[in-house]
Design a protein around this ligand. Structure first.
Ligand code: OSB
Ligand code: MG
Length: 385
């Protein structure tokens, strides 16, 4: 597999509405995109690191640094025989999984086009349609939350996940359950509770939630296992699961009964497939998480969600929930039944709108294969401001 060049770029895009979690509020995204070029074909990757190192240790800026200084040069030096050999080529760098995923996923994207098969098929996907849920951020009032839930249910979404934190939890569940007693409902605490909250978390059981996502520390298994014993509601781990071994540990310790797989958080498609396979073998259902991605990351999430054990509705939803205008064509759409059709054409199945990407770019850097000379191209000062 011959890689001719790699381009890193940062684009800026405002969200259609702010997204608030227990760790902060996002209004404008700074997104790092990776382009891998090989024999006339371009594969795209999207880094899911946030603007701040709050969800994980990575941010847009740390990912840029590690890609430019370590990962891109290493990949250009490596002799790859397939996308699956990327992790080995990058293994001398510890952590930085979101940066690695952006690069590795671009290679998968590229290879699926060269092999002329759908990306989903290349990953081993079997589902023709994926089931969609939504993640609803913390709202200024319960009334506003109810309006959003009503609109999402009317749009067909099959599961509603409410972001919560200490002080913003049971009131929301009570209001939503009163109006919709039977919907699939879950919550995501993003690591905001502590062991002293155990009695309070036990009280969540009365809302018949499908799961409580990451109630305790972002890096914990043991205390989640103690908590899970005290709860009827299933715990789902997100932040804690970085790789297949973590999934094995969490399952063995009974820290959770459901796992959320995020491509960036586990370091790319290769590790995501390994986590998927080990959960499938052990009968633990999974679903695909989201990180406010543009259409590039979104299309990769769709391909991943086509694997067999993605049996619960994921956080992969329509482009228009996040963007006025996405950077892919067509935009990701969700049917009135709350499903996305997995593209059956070669590659990711959505064209990247290059003109739009160029317009949104605030910085870019190009790396060439042979001598690794690279050029830095800055957008006009106006775009950067
Ligand atoms: O924990 O799932 C999370 C967004 C940013 C950081 C963490 C999370 C999220 C989401 C967004 O829930 C889900 C989406 O992209 O639709
Ligand atoms: Mg989560």
């Amino acid at each position: 597999m011959k890689i001719d060049g790699i381009v890193l770029r940062e684009i800026r895009m405002p969200l259609v509405r702010p997204f608030e979690t227990s760790f902060g509020r996002t209004t404008d995204r700074r997104i790092l995109l990776v382009e891998v070029q090989s024999e006339g074909v371009t594969g795209w990757g999207e880094c899911t690191a946030g603007e701040h190192a709050s969800f994980s240790e990575e941010s847009t800026d740390t990912a840029w640094l590690i890609l430019a200084n370590e990962l891109v040069p290493a990949l250009l030096r490596a002799e790859l025989d397939s996308s699956g050999s990327c992790p080995k080529a990058l293994s001398h760098v510890r952590g930085n999984r979101m940066a690695k995923a952006a690069l590795e996923n671009a290679v998968w994207d590229m290879e699926s086009q060269q092999l002329d098969i759908p990306l989903a098929e290349m990953l081993g996907g079997v589902r023709k349609k994926i089931v969609c849920g939504v993640s609803v951020g913390i709202q200024p009032s319960v009334e506003q939350l109810l309006d959003i839930v009503e609109a999402e249910l009317a749009a067909g979404y099959q599961r509603i996940k409410l972001k919560c934190k200490p002080g913003v939890d049971v009131d929301l569940f009570e209001a939503v359950r009163k109006r919709w007693p039977d919907i699939l409902l879950s919550c995501d605490a993003n690591a905001s509770y502590r062991l002293k909250d155990e009695v309070h978390l036990r009280d969540f059981d009365r809302f018949k939630l499908l799961m409580i996502e990451q109630p305790l520390w972002h890096d914990d298994f043991y205390f989640h296992s103690l908590l899970q014993r005290q709860l009827k509601t299933s715990i789902c781990l997100d932040e804690s699961i970085r790789n297949r071994r973590d999934a094995l540990a969490a399952i063995a310790m009974e820290s959770c009964r459901i796992i959320n797989i995020k491509l960036g958080r586990v370091g790319g498609f290769s590790e995501a497939i390994r986590v998927h396979n080990v959960t499938a073998e052990r009968g633990v259902p999974v679903w695909c998480g989201g990180m406010l991605e543009t259409g590039i990351g979104r299309s990769h999430n769709i391909a991943l969600s086509s694997l067999e054990n993605f049996s619960l509705p994921g956080d992969v939803s329509a482009s228009k929930r996040y963007w006025e205008e996405d950077i892919i064509e067509p935009a990701v759409e969700v049917s009135p039944k709350g499903e996305i059709t997995v593209p059956q054409i070669a590659g990711r199945g959505f064209e990247v709108k290059r003109d739009r990407v160029e317009k949104l770019t605030v910085r870019s850097e190009r790396f060439h294969a042979r001598n690794q000379a690279h050029s830095q191209v800055l957008a006009p000062a106006k775009a950067r401001a």
